[in-house]
Ligand binder design. Sequence first.
Ligand code: ASP
Length: 309
Amino acid sequence: MSIFSIAIHGGAGTLVKGLMTKELEAQYRDALKVAREAGYNVLKDGGSAIDAVETSVRFLEDSPLFNAGKGSVFTAEGTHEMDAAIMEGENLEAGAVSLITGIKNPIALARDVMDKSYHVFLAGEGAMKFAEDQGYEVESPNYFYDEIRYKQWQGIKDSDNFQLDHSVKKDGKFGTVGAVACDQNGNIAAATSTGGMTNKKWGRVGDSPMIGAGNYANNKTCAVSCTGSGEFFIRGVVAYDVSCLMEFRDLSLEDAADEVINKRILEIKGDGGLIAVDAKGNIAMPFNTEGMYRACKSSNGREEISIYK
Ligand code: ASP
């Protein structure tokens, strides 16, 4: 049996320590712990990496603290448009959805695209038709409402600006969620889910649902889930770049992840971070912002729940 590990994130950004209350921090830590344990238990019971990452991400989507599922940010039209992707590293199977509305757990829909359709990536109306065919309930906008996200949107809604849900106001609300895992068989997987960026318009799609940009898994190298300003992560093809540095330059997981987040993405002024595992159960969680909600646990004894550097 090989070492099994899981890492999760709840978004990276400019969180100012002084503005975070003890109570709120405790809530974030609790939510991260619950999501991490849920995924870790799947692995401990011999379950697959893909089931573990889906399980953890569902918990994070159900928490209004994070910008995914319940608590997703507002678009310029005052709606919620969510993106998600999931991928497994054994056969490179993947599923992704974008611009979906009213779906409680976008990561489950991405998984269904992977398992139950011949396609990889469904968007907008078509993705919603697929969800309907699969028997998904469509929740009312009230389910996704979060007062802080609403206020953030009110603050910039009449401008052309769009922003990370936590970036300008520095109010401690981080966003996008993700999980990566390595199971007892040495198979790895990645899952990412997000409401995107506040005040986004014109059908803007971020990096999160794009295979290779915000989410990627390959047993030969690594499983990666990203968070940050998606435009830079798309241009940097970040998740796949980490994999390429391991495959073609023989870098370790730690060095490859660090090179991408603290060098290559910075060169194009990209802000954010990522979580990654390899098939030996190693974990990396670099970020170039002030903080990243993150947690990990490995059967080798490594265990962490952190927010700041
Ligand atoms: N990467 C996400 C996006 O651009 C945002 C985030 O990570 O918070 O949609």
